[in-house]
Design a protein around this ligand. Structure first.
Ligand SMILES: Nc1ncnc2c1ncn2[C@@H]1O[C@H](COP(=O)(O)OP(=O)(O)OP(=O)(O)O)[C@@H](O)[C@H]1O
Length: 229
C-alpha cells in the first residue's frame, strides 16, 4: 500500500432505489476519489443522493453497478458479515447528533468500539484529549452539550484508526460557533491522522475548512465549486 493509494475510490457507481413508479436513480454514474488526509465536503439539495453516496462509500449499501474501493479493498464484493467487520476496522461514521449510547460515559463509548473490533488497548485518554474532551471522560451523553457530544462521536469514530471517516451533517444540531469548531476539528483530524474525510453538509459556513467541495444534483456528482460559494 503506497501513499498514492486512495482512501476511497468510487468508480462509476449507479444505484436505483424504490419500485415501479417510485423508482429513483439515487446515484447516477458517480465517481469519487479521496486521498488520505483529504477533507471533502458534499453539498446539494434534499433528495439529491448525498446519503446514498455515504451509504455506498461506507459499504452499507451496494451499488447496482460500478466499484467502491476503500483503501484498495473492493467492498462491493464482501459478504454481509465481512463487510460489517471491514466497516468496524476501516471506516469511521459520524452522525448528525453524535449517536452515542446514553448509559455509557464518553470514555466507555470509545472502549466499547475498540473491544468490538478486537482492539482492547485503545488509548482512550489521548483520543479524548485530541478532540478537547479529556476533562469530560466520565460524563454520559446526557451530561454533555451538543458540541461536546459531537466531539465524543468524532473521537469514537477514530478509535480503530480508520482510513476513511464518513460524516453526515455533523453541525445540524449546533450553533454557528460550535459548528465551526466541530468542522475545524474534523479538518485537523484529517491532517494529523491522515484519515480521508467525506462530509455531507448543508452548512455553507463551514466549507472553507474543506479541501474540496462537490455538489450532488439528481444523483450526479458535479465538479468542485469554490469553497467560499
Ligand atoms: N428506500 C428508498 N426507496 C425509494 N427511494 C428512496 C429510498 N431512499 C431514498 N430514496 C430516494 O433516493 C433519492 C436520494 O435520496 P438520499 O437520501 O440519498 O438524498 P439526500 O441528498 O441525502 O437527501 P437529504 O439531504 O434530504 O437527506 C431521493 O429522491 C429519495 O427520495
Amino acid at each position: 500500500m503506497t501513499a498514492n493509494t486512495p482512501a476511497l475510490d468510487i468508480s462509476d457507481a449507479t444505484l436505483e432505489l424504490g419500485d415501479g413508479d417510485a423508482r429513483v436513480l439515487a446515484l447516477d454514474s458517480v465517481s469519487l476519489r479521496v486521498m488520505p488526509g483529504e477533507f471533502v465536503a458534499i453539498v446539494g439539495p434534499s433528495g439529491s443522493g448525498k446519503s446514498s453516496l455515504l451509504a455506498v462509500a461506507g459499504a452499507l449499501s451496494r451499488p447496482d453497478s460500478g466499484s467502491v474501493r476503500v483503501h484498495n479493498t473492493d467492498v462491493t464484493t464482501l459478504s454481509k458479515g465481512a463487510s460489517a467487520q471491514f466497516r468496524l476496522e476501516n471506516i469511521g461514521f459520524v452522525f448528525q447528533s453524535g449517536n452515542l449510547l446514553p448509559a455509557l460515559s464518553a470514555a466507555d463509548q470509545l472502549r466499547l468500539v475498540g473491544r468490538l473490533a478486537g482492539n482492547p488497548k485503545v488509548d482512550v485518554d489521548s483520543l479524548l484529549e485530541s478532540v478537547g474532551m479529556a476533562h469530560r471522560a466520565k460524563h454520559r451523553p446526557g451530561e454533555l452539550s451538543g458540541g461536546e457530544r459531537q466531539r465524543v462521536g468524532i473521537a469514537r469514530a477514530l478509535v480503530n484508526s480508520p482510513s476513511l471517516l464518513l460524516v453526515d451533517e455533523p453541525t445540524a444540531a449546533l450553533d454557528r460557533r460550535r459548528s465551526r469548531e466541530v468542522v475545524e476539528l474534523l479538518a485537523n483530524q484529517a491532517r494529523n491522522s491522515n484519515v480521508a474525510v467525506v462530509m455531507v453538509t448543508h452548512d455553507h459556513d463551514t466549507l472553507a475548512y474543506c479541501d474540496r467541495v462537490l455538489e450532488m444534483t439528481d444523483g450526479a456528482l458535479l465538479p468542485a465549486v469554490p469553497a467560499a460559494a
